[in-house]
Design a protein. Structure first.
Length: 432
């Protein structure tokens, strides 16, 4: 008798999780890597991972702290809480107390803990990042999507927020705003942020301000909403995007004093789940948040690369007929390929999901469909993460040319050859 035969166990799965697929960003990355292993030429525009190396001084700090082995307090290493509070005061004008800083194993995890802990509806603009809504579904919260428009740079208008809130003014809700926005690369003006803050304040909305791309605003001109609604806003950030350290999994939340009750409850959940964030990573993160000349220079060059490349490929898409906003921060574009609907439909392509699947099969370019970001399936939008290049070489290259030197064709092809080829393949495929 085969002792090792599989036992068929009854399937008992939490109904909130049943049918849940792996997160779109993670799934497209796994698929791209698999196809690459099979020998296919793949253009990785799926996962939004920083192309740049972690600054050398931060890597050095990690080396020096590899021996750190103790569990740290759930809210984080005291020195790191202090460095984060100071960083936020210096960069964003946020009056943060180190006691109000919560460190976690990635801001994604902190967002999940927040949604679990705060009892209210989730309100998110569409498009917005792939994981906010699935997290709410897992936990069993209601989700209110607020669709946005290209004309408003894909951002929520104060009027739309107000309209939503007046429908049921007393309902507790958590609004997540993200800017510069993943998936569009666009950000909001100070005036827009002020008005949104006034509405959020009027309806006592808890606001999670996801500013993880703030430090890579292409002109270094990021404005936080926190100073406009300090008592109701939690700032969310981390090392993944501006410090090139996605795999380090280090996220931060900064709370106002008035939401200490929420921080305390989240920290209690933290003690029952992740216990504390990796110690060596936290020690190294102190160095990152302290910044200084080396990190300033790194950021300046990162922004030049992202701006120059982002504008160049937006122009290429635009000229070929896609409708696209030029990026202001981060490393994403969100073109709308509706102009090609007729041609695509003739090939049986009716949804953004069909479009991304067929594009990958036909050309090797991996991007994500707009439907993964809460847009209607038939809208032919897609998110392109323009990160498939050697970030180290690109930083050195911009460092060697003057600031007003344009990214000409030769420069683009030398340092961003795969990204440029991917865009050309997309354009050729759309117009086939
Ligand atoms: N934030 C990145 C993205 O949108 C990657 C990380 C993730 O989704 O977990 O692609």
């Amino acid at each position: 008798m085969n002792k090792h035969k599989d036992h068929i166990l009854d399937v008992h799965i939490n109904p909130n999780v049943s049918g849940l697929k792996p997160s779109a960003t993670v799934a497209i990355n796994d698929l791209s890597n698999e196809l690459k292993r099979d020998g296919k030429k793949i253009f990785k525009m799926g996962l939004g991972q920083s192309p740049f190396p972690v600054p050398e001084c931060v890597v050095e700090a990690l080396r020096e702290n590899a021996h750190q082995k103790d569990y740290l307090p759930v809210k984080g290493l005291r020195e790191l809480q202090e460095a984060v509070a100071e960083h936020h005061r210096r960069n964003f004008g946020i009056d943060a107390d180190p006691d109000d800083v919560l460190i976690g194993p990635g801001s994604k995890e902190l967002m999940f803990v927040l949604q679990l802990t705060y009892f209210g509806d989730l309100v998110i603009p569409a498009p917005s990042w792939v994981s906010y809504a699935p997290q709410a579904k897992i936990i069993g919260r209601h989700i209110q999507f607020l669709p946005t428009q290209f004309e408003n740079d894909w951002h929520l208008t104060p009027e739309d927020l107000e309209e939503r809130c007046t429908l049921d003014p007393g309902r507790p809700r958590l609004l997540i705003l993200n800017y510069p926005l993943n998936p569009t690369g666009t950000t909001m003006s100070k005036a827009r942020l002020e008005k949104l803050a006034q509405v959020a304040d009027r309806y006592r909305v808890v606001l999670l301000s996801d500013e993880i791309y703030g430090k890579i605003h292409h002109d270094g001109a990021h404005q936080s909403i926190v100073p406009f609604y300090p008592e109701g806003t939690i700032f969310s950030g981390g090392l993944s995007k501006w410090c090139g350290a996605g795999g380090w999994r280090l996220g931060v939340f900064v709370f106002p004093r008035s939401l200490r009750w929420l921080l305390k409850a989240m920290a209690a959940v933290g003690t029952e789940t992740f216990t504390s964030t990796s110690a060596p990573i936290q020690y190294a993160a102190v160095r990152a948040f302290q910044e200084g000349p080396e990190i300033d220079a790194y950021l300046k060059k990162s922004r030049r690369v992202l701006k120059g490349l982002g504008n160049a490929i937006a122009r290429r898409l635009d000229e070929a007929g896609a409708r696209v906003r030029y990026p202001q921060g981060g490393f994403y574009l969100f073109p709308d390929f509706s102009a090609f609907r007729g041609k695509l439909e003739a090939r049986g392509i009716k949804t953004s999901a069909d479009m991304s699947r067929r594009l990958l099969e036909d050309t090797g370019v991996a991007f994500l469909p707009g439907s993964d970001f809460g847009r209607s399936p038939e809208e032919l939008t897609a998110r392109l993460a323009y990160v498939d290049f050697n970030g180290k070489e690109a930083l050195e290259a911009v460092g060697s040319i003057s600031e007003d030197h344009p990214f000409d064709e030769n420069f683009l092809k030398t340092y961003f050859g795969k990204v440029i080829e991917a865009i050309d393949r997309i354009n050729e495929w759309m117009t086939r």
